[in-house]
Write a protein that binds this ligand. Structure first.
Ligand SMILES: Cc1cc2nc3c(=O)[nH]c(=O)nc-3n(C[C@H](O)[C@H](O)[C@H](O)COP(=O)(O)O)c2cc1C
Length: 223
């Protein structure tokens, strides 16, 4: 069982990365082979709309034909049983880099064909369980007000339809800086942020660990 975590945060040891590491620990506790990949290390583009993945009678059918430093990562993801994408929320969305990965990973597997039962065809037989982890400044009780559940559900829906299974986990009200004294802010207080981190982030990490385990168990049932 192979589990790959993709870090869509520019920071390699902050909230998103920590959640991903814990999810991988959960997967490892069930014997999975794991790897963490930092997307910001790689120069790559999102989908360039070449449609080579949809060409008839082509070797590139069902595959992303655009070659750059994401190509070997996409190959690894196609071999994996579980892929966990972690991203901070930037302006109410996952980061652009996470979205670029998401486009390149999902679009070749999806299809414009409809099966007889009305479902969409997929270009690979294998199903992959996807975890979507988001970390954000927004407190949990304000998410609805900013329509985050709707935005994040769209991403989960696409992943679930195209890959076979997806689930989402959020960590809210994250502690943003190593040293709050250095930065300008009045929207919140360091004390409130620290209190929330000390009381809640451990629970978020435990939830990530459980997500990793759950996805491994789910992947066993998918194929
Ligand atoms: C450019 C930028 C935009 C952000 N926009 C939002 C936002 O719209 N909503 C939110 O809740 N947090 C926002 N944040 C905060 C981050 O989502 C949050 O601190 C996250 O946990 C950072 O992840 P990291 O620690 O892995 O880098 C933003 C941060 C940055 C740098």
């Amino acid at each position: 069982m192979k589990v790959i975590a993709i870090n869509g945060s520019p920071r390699k040891n902050f909230n998103t990365a920590k959640m991903l590491v814990m999810a991988l620990e959960g997967a490892k506790s069930l014997g999975a082979e794991t790897e963490l990949i930092h997307l910001y290390d790689k120069p790559f583009k999102g989908c360039v709309s070449c449609f080579a993945c949809k060409l008839k009678n082509s070797k590139t059918h069902g595959l992303c034909a655009y070659k750059d430093e994401l190509t070997p990562i996409l190959e690894k993801c196609l071999e994996a049983d579980v892929v966990i994408l972690g991203s901070p929320i930037y302006y109410s969305m996952p980061t652009g880099v996470s979205r670029a990965f998401f486009e390149r990973f999902l679009f070749p597997i999806g299809s414009y064909h409809v099966n007889e039962d009305g479902s969409n065809r997929r270009e690979i037989e294998k199903k992959i369980a996807m975890g979507l982890i988001y970390t954000m400044n927004c407190p949990e009780d304000k998410m609805e007000r900013f329509q985050y559940p709707t935005v994040l559900a769209m991403q989960e829906q696409a992943a679930s339809k195209i890959l076979g299974y997806a689930e989402t986990l959020c960590a809210n009200n994250t502690y943003q800086f190593s040293n709050y004294d250095l930065y300008d802010f009045t929207l919140f207080t360091e004390e409130a942020k620290r209190k929330y981190r000390d009381e809640h982030f451990r629970i978020d990490l435990d939830n990530a660990f459980e997500l990793g385990k759950r996805l491994v168990e789910k992947a066993k049932t998918l194929n």
